[in-house]
Design a protein around this ligand. Structure first.
Ligand code: NAD
Length: 495
């Protein structure tokens, strides 16, 4: 058996009180990656206690000094980027170039939030009275519960943990059970960089045991959650009863519009990368292509020709284009959608099956799949499949294209390929997604802009950029009266 990886609570690596463990296997090969301690609510209790204790001093630690620790974390990530990327590929399957990108996002976010330690701007305003000074300052809330999915195992935790701690909160972090090792590496780097004990605590285990216990813990006032809609709504519902602050980043059904004046070389590249990158398991994946009928055939022919030659295999092999999907269940769920699409009358233009030739049979591989002649209301055009599957929906005009893009319950990302600046601006104005690209695919967000979705994708919060601080801080408005007397307006103002 490989070494047992443990929880990190109050600055110590400790086994769960349950004494149980769980394994993670490489989704490309079926080989054991690592064994982890399997936690229960008692471990969450211990982690919350440690975080609550650490909050007393961490909130008073000068923010620029917190930033200096974050700079050290980022530098360690830079040094170990290749090692962490390789481990990530073994753990969840994305191809090595994308795993490097995932670690790079964590590096970028950590540097960015380190700098926030010297900003964290509030406001000063004039006062209605003489000899009075008004300002507002950001304050941390306490212990932040951080619950993350497996598809961006280092980037997403960094989007949450770094803004949480730079603003003075402490953290109890539960990574997805498919990707604890990457989470451990991130926490080990934080420890090595000198983050005080208890500021970040890691508890590994399942959603039912560990996730629930974090959400319902009375000493955790805020929860930052990224994952599926069903789980997210459940987390928000239970959290709301306890009057918690909850941030949700959920699913997507993102679309690429290809107009009749589009550069088809560019559009083909953009679609393939956004639809099949990370085997389609990105929240921003392009799972719909809304194509003008005058270019539909040409576009589909190009996509099919390219998809047909994409190499599937172990993502550690640099020549592989598409790695495995994360698990056997995920593979089945993706493949079930192929039957659903066929039954609805969509035409499989390429792919459409599980790939099991030779070594692929050891892992969970699905062929890159394109449905053509899809109607906007079909389930494959409405529901998040979370696999290497995209649906081409023909339209006659920009107005119709925009209606199709907006006609789903999600609102994360969209893009338009066009050479006409007027059409590009119409798309910017009329598409209601949190992220919009012009002449690029639906993926590739940069960490200094807000990230998140509208409608069913979230609940209005945004990650990344300076707005990330809004979720992790409270405003305190402060009035300083240096007149030495009770001034008249204080009597008149009733608030
Ligand atoms: P998931 O909902 O199954 O799990 C997410 C996390 O929640 C995991 O850590 C899981 O253990 C935990 N969890 C499960 N049940 C819980 C419970 N009852 N209480 C508390 N926590 C619980 O999602 P997943 O399969 O890991 O991730 C895929 C989903 O995430 C997709 O829908 C994808 O679109 C979405 N996602 C969204 C974004 C975004 O920013 N919008 C980014 C990445 C992924």
């Amino acid at each position: 058996m490989s070494d047992l990886f443990k929880n990190y609570i109050g600055g110590k690596w400790v086994e769960s009180v349950s004494g149980q463990t769980f394994d993670r296997k490489n989704p490309a090969t079926g080989e054991l990656v690592a064994t982890y301690t399997k936690s229960n609510p008692a471990d969450v209790d211990a982690a919350v206690s440690a975080a609550k204790e650490a909050f007393k001093s961490w909130r008073l630690y000068p923010a620029p000094k917190r930033g200096e620790i974050l700079y050290k974390v980022a530098n360690l990530l830079v040094e170990r980027k290749e090692e962490f990327a390789r481990e990530m590929t073994e753990e969840m399957g994305k191809v090595i170039s994308e795993a490097r990108g995932d670690v790079q996002e964590a590096i970028d976010m950590t540097f960015y939030m380190a700098g926030e330690g010297r900003r964290m701007y509030g406001q000063t305003t004039p006062s209605e009275l003489q000899n009075k000074f008004n300002m507002s300052v950001r304050k941390p809330l306490g212990v932040a519960g951080i619950i993350t999915p497996w598809n961006f195992p280092m980037a997403i935790p960094s989007w949450k943990i770094m803004p949480a701690i730079i603003s003075g909160n402490t953290v109890v972090f539960k990574p997805a059970s498919f990707t604890p090792r990457t989470a451990i590496r991130f926490v080990q780097d934080s420890e090595e960089a000198g983050l005080p004990a208890g500021v970040v605590n890691l508890v590994m285990g399942g959603g039912a045991d560990v996730g629930n216990a974090i959400v319902e813990h009375p000493d955790v006032p805020l929860i930052s959650f990224t994952g599926s809609n069903d789980t997210g709504i459940d987390v928000a519902t239970r959290g709301a009863r306890l009057n918690k602050r909850i941030s949700l980043e959920l699913g997507g059904k993102n679309a690429v519009i290809v107009m009749d004046d589009a550069n088809l070389d560019l559009a083909t590249d953009g679609i393939l990368w956004s639809a099949f990158g990370t085997s389609g398991q990105r929240c921003t994946a392009a799972s719909r292509v809304v194509a003008h009928t005058s270019v539909q055939k040409e576009l589909v022919d190009r996509l099919v020709a390219r998809a047909d030659t994409m190499r599937m295999g172990d993502g550690l092999d640099e020549s592989v284009d598409i790695g495995p999907v994360v698990s056997a269940n995920q593979l089945k769920s993706i493949n079930d959608y192929i039957a659903i699409g066929r039954n609805e009358g969509a035409r499989v233009a390429v792919g459409g099956g599980i790939a099991s030739d030779g070594n692929l049979g050891r892992g969970h591989f699905h062929q890159p799949t394109i449905f053509d002649d899809v109607k906007a209301g079909m389930r494959v055009a409405q529901e998040e499949i979370f696999g290497p599957v995209t649906s081409v929906i023909p339209v006659e005009s920009l107005d119709e294209a925009i209606d199709v893009v907006n006609g789903v319950k999600y609102g994360l990302s969209a893009s338009i390929f066009t050479a006409d600046v007027n059409r590009a601006f119409r798309a910017m104005q009329d598409i209601f997604t949190g992220i919009l690209y012009v002449n690029a695919g639906t993926t590739g967000a940069e960490i200094h802009l807000p990230f998140g979705g509208t409608k069913g994708t979230g609940n209005g919060h945004r990650e990344a950029g300076t707005v990330a601080m809004d979720f992790f801080t409270e405003w305190q408005s402060i009035y300083v009266d240096y007149s030495g007397k009770l001034q008249r307006a204080q009597i008149d103002n009733q608030e």
